[in-house]
Design a protein around this ligand. Structure first.
Ligand SMILES: [Zn+2]
Ligand SMILES: [Zn+2]
Length: 128
């Protein structure tokens, strides 16, 4: 899963995001405690989709990386998160979908910036 390390980068700077197995230390600075490392839940992209399985406020949507998923939280306590705002997506799978790339075009340089933050490769053709 992914973590933010607040020892590498301050809270005000947003921490440094890295991928590790549960219980592992930050590979850059060695921090391992709950005060320095915070686990992250991914924020998925909720894409407008005429026949999408998720219905809200008169419109249909599909999660960009899991178009069959028919709800966000599927059980009590499920922290699954999704947004229709392209600026706040963190899921690395969603970031490489054509639906996300299209939505991100409304924000100059957004897809490239988030790809850098989350370690995603975007090919010049526009998709992964
Ligand atoms: Zn660190
Ligand atoms: Zn996703």
């Amino acid at each position: 899963m992914r973590y933010r390390c607040y020892k590498c980068k301050s809270f005000a700077q947003g921490g440094r995001i890295f991928e590790a197995n549960e219980g592992e230390a930050c590979p850059q600075c060695g921090a391992a405690g709950v005060l320095d490392l915070r686990p992250l839940d991914d924020v998925h992209f909720l894409a407008p989709a005429p026949d999408g399985p998720i219905y809200s406020l008169g419109k249909r949507y599909a999660v960009a990386c899991d178009t069959k998923r028919d709800g966000l939280a599927l059980f009590p306590g499920d922290a699954y998160s999704a947004t229709g705002d392209a600026q706040h997506v963190t899921c690395r799978s969603c970031l490489t979908t054509p639906a996300y790339r299209q939505a991100a075009q409304a924000f100059r340089g957004l897809a490239e910036r988030l790809a850098g933050v989350h370690g995603v490769t975007i090919l010049p053709g526009g998709c992964c």
